[in-house]
Ligand binder design. Structure first.
Ligand code: MCA
Ligand code: AMP
Length: 507
C-alpha cells in the first residue's frame, strides 16, 4: 500500500476492520473500532465542508467524550492541525491561543459558548458547539457531512498538532508536533511496554495533553487494544473498572489517591499487567507503598509536550523508584553544563538535552524562542536538571525553568505573577510551588503590599478568578513586607519554598 497519510494509515486505518470494542464507556455502551473510524471520517468530511484545508488550525475546548477524542484523528485524516485546549482555561486565555494559532475553527462546550463567542469572533475563528453528550452545532454538521473516503495526503514531517505550553516569560508557546513525532513514539512505547491487542487501558486522564491524548491513545491504537474511557479521575469508578482493565496510565495523584483508598488491595489488581506514571515526579515513597500494597512496581517514565516520551523504566528488569529509567530506543540524551552547553561526564548533574524523532519541530511563529531552546544539532534544551547513574538510569533532580507542576498540570509562576502584580495595592509578588500531598506541588503566592496598604488574601484570590484558570490560581496567599533577594537583586525563590514548605501540610 502506498502511504498517503502515515498517521491515518498506521494508527487509524486498522480500526476500520475492527468489529470489537475500541472504547468501553462508563454507561456500559461500547464503540467498536469500525464505529470510531466512521466517526473520524465524518469529522474529516465535516472539516472539509466547513472549508478547512490541510495545514489549517482547528481548536477545541470541549469536555472529554468519544467525539472529543475523535476530533484529533478526524483532523489528522483531513490534514488539519489540531489544537486541544483545557476546559479550565478562561475566555481570556482561550483568546490568546486562538489568536496566536490563527485558528480557522473553534469548538466550544455549549455552556461556555456565550462567553466564548465574542472571543472567537475577535480572533477571526468560526465557533461551533460540541457538548459532552455528543450534541451541538458541530454534531449536526457531522451528521450531515459526507464522510471522507480517503485521507488527505500528508508526509511524516507535516504538522499534526499544536500543543501550547506556558513559558518562563508568561507567554504560552505552541509546540509544533509532526506526524513523525507521534508515530515514532507510539511504536516505541507499544513495543517497550509490550502492548498487544488483548490490552484494555483504563483511561481517566484528560485528552487535551500529551499524556492522555498521545501516550495513552496512540499506544493503544498502535497495538490494536481498547480503552475503558472514563470522563475524569474518580477513584470509585477506577476501582469499579480496574477488574476489566489490564493497564492504567496516570499522573502521581492517581496513585496517591488509590493508595488512600482501602479498597486498593493485592486481589483487586492481581490480574493487572502494567501501571504507568508520568507528567510529574512520583515520590519514591509512593512507588514503594504501591508495591507493598499491590505487588506491582509502578513504571515511571519521563516526557514533555515538546518531546513526547523520552525515557522509561524497563518493562522487564528493575524499575527504580526515584528514577525515570534509561532513554527510549531512538532517543539520545546528553547532560550538559547549563551555562556553557558543554557535555558533562557520566554521573554529573546538568541540563537534560534530548534529540530524536520524538522531538518537536519548534514553537509556532516564535523563531527566537525555538532558536533559544532547540540547538542547531537537533538537541532540545529541556529545562530539567538530571544525571545518569552507572546503569544508565536517568534521575531528574530539579528544574532550571521556574515551573510548578500541580496534579500533572504545568503552571509557570511568571504568568500568575503578572496577574497578581497588576492588582491594586500589590507592590510585587513571588509565586512558588510547595509540597502538597494530593497534587505533589500546590501554588502559593507571596505578596508584598504597597506602602500603607493592607492586602486581603480573599480579595486577591477573587481578583485572580476569571483571569487565570482555576488550577493556576494560588491555593494560599502569604503577605511579607519584602521578598528575600540575592546580591544581584534576584528573588530567592528557594528561600521562600523552604520557609513555606509546610504550608499545605495535611492538605
Ligand atoms: C483540578 N484542580 C487543580 C488541578 N486539577 N488544581 C491544581 N492542579 C490540578 N492539577 C482544581 C480545580 O480547579 C478545582 O478547584 C479543584 O481542584 C477540584 O477540581 P476537580 O476537577 O474535582 O479535580 P480532580 O478531578 O480531583 O483533578 C485532579 C487531577 C487532574 C486528577 C490531578 O488535575 C488530572 O487529571 N490531572 C492530570 C493532568 C495531566 O494529564 N497532565 C499531563 C500533561 P475549585 O474547587 O477551586 O474550583 S502532559 C505532560 O505533562 C507530559 C508530556 C508528560 O510527561 O506526560
Ligand atoms: P509538560 O510541559 O506538561 O509537557 O511537562 C513536562 C515537564 O513535566 C517536564 O519537563 C518535567 O519537568 C515534568 N515531568 C514529566 N514526567 C516527569 C517525571 N516522570 N518525573 C519528573 N518530572 C516529570
Amino acid at each position: 500500500m502506498t502511504e498517503t497519510n502515515p498517521l491515518h494509515d498506521r494508527l487509524l486505518a486498522p480500526l476500520e476492520q475492527r468489529a470489537d470494542p475500541f472504547l468501553h464507556l462508563p454507561d456500559g455502551r461500547t464503540i467498536s473500532g469500525a464505529g470510531f473510524y466512521r466517526l473520524c471520517t465524518q469529522i474529516a468530511g465535516a472539516l472539509d465542508e466547513l472549508g478547512l484545508r490541510p495545514g489549517d488550525r482547528f481548536a477545541a475546548q470541549v469536555e472529554k467524550s468519544p467525539e472529543a477524542l475523535a476530533l484529533f484523528y478526524g483532523a489528522a485524516m483531513a490534514g488539519v492541525v489540531f489544537l486541544p485546549l483545557n476546559p479550565a482555561y478562561t475566555p481570556q486565555e482561550v483568546g490568546y491561543f486562538l489568536e496566536n494559532a490563527g485558528a480557522a475553527l473553534f469548538l466550544a462546550d455549549g455552556r461556555k459558548a456565550p462567553a466564548l463567542d465574542p472571543v472567537a469572533t475577535g480572533c477571526g475563528a468560526r465557533m461551533m458547539v460540541l457538548n459532552a453528550d455528543g450534541t451541538g452545532s458541530f454534531a449536526q454538521a457531522l451528521a450531515a457531512a459526507t464522510p471522507r473516503q480517503a485521507p488527505s495526503p500528508r508526509a511524516e514531517d507535516d504538522l499534526a498538532a499544536l500543543l501550547y505550553t506556558s513559558g518562563t516569560t508568561g507567554r504560552s508557546k505552541g509546540a509544533m508536533i509532526s506526524q513523525r513525532n507521534l508515530l515514532s513514539n507510539a511504536s516505541v512505547l507499544a513495543q517497550e511496554w509490550r502492548f498487544a491487542d488483548t490490552d484494555v487501558l483504563l483511561h481517566a486522564l484528560p485528552i487535551f495533553h500529551t499524556h492522555g491524548l498521545f501516550v495513552a491513545t496512540n499506544t493503544v491504537l498502535a497495538s490494536g487494544g481498547s480503552m475503558i474511557f472514563l470522563p475524569r479521575l474518580d477513584v470509585d469508578a477506577l476501582i469499579d473498572w480496574l477488574p476489566r482493565a489490564t493497564c492504567l496510565m496516570g499522573v502521581p495523584t492517581f496513585y496517591t489517591r488509590l493508595l488512600d483508598d482501602p479498597r486498593l488491595t493485592r486481589d483487586l489488581v492481581a490480574h493487572m499487567r502494567l501501571f504507568v506514571s508520568g507528567s510529574a515526579p512520583l515520590l519514591a515513597d509512593t512507588h514503594r507503598d504501591f508495591a507493598t500494597r499491590t505487588g506491582h512496581q509502578i513504571l515511571e517514565r519521563y516526557g514533555m509536550t515538546e518531546t513526547n516520551m523520552n525515557t522509561s523504566n524497563p518493562y522487564d528488569g528493575a524499575r527504580r523508584a526515584g528514577t525515570v529509567g534509561p532513554p527510549l530506543p531512538g532517543v539520545e540524551i546528553r547532560i550538559t553544563d547549563p551555562d556553557t552547553g558543554k557535555a558533562l561526564p557520566q554521573g554529573a548533574i546538568g541540563m537534560i538535552e534530548l534529540r530524536g524523532d520524538n522531538v518537536f519541530q519548534g514553537y509556532w511563529q516564535m523563531p527566537e524562542k525555538t532558536a533559544a531552546e532547540l540547538r542547531a544539532d537537533g538537541f532540545f534544551i529541556s529545562g530539567d536538571l538530571g544525571c545518569f547513574d552507572a546503569d544508565g538510569y536517568l534521575q531528574i533532580v530539579g528544574r532550571q525553568k521556574d515551573l510548578i507542576i500541580a496534579g500533572g498540570y504545568n503552571i509557570y509562576p511568571k504568568e500568575v505573577e503578572m496577574v497578581l502584580d497588576a492588582l491594586p495595592g500589590v507592590a510585587e509578588s513571588a509565586v512558588i510551588g510547595v509540597p502538597h500531598a494530593d497534587l505533589g506541588e500546590a501554588v502559593l503566592a507571596v505578596l508584598v503590599p504597597e506602602p500603607g496598604v493592607v492586602l486581603d488574601p480573599g480579595a486577591i484570590m477573587a481578583a485572580a478568578d476569571g483571569q487565570l484558570a482555576r488550577f493556576k490560581q494560588p491555593r494560599a496567599v502569604e503577605i511579607m513586607p519584602d521578598l528575600p533577594r540575592n546580591t544581584m537583586g534576584k528573588v530567592q525563590k528557594a528561600a521562600l519554598r523552604e520557609r513555606f514548605a509546610g504550608r499545605f501540610a495535611g492538605a
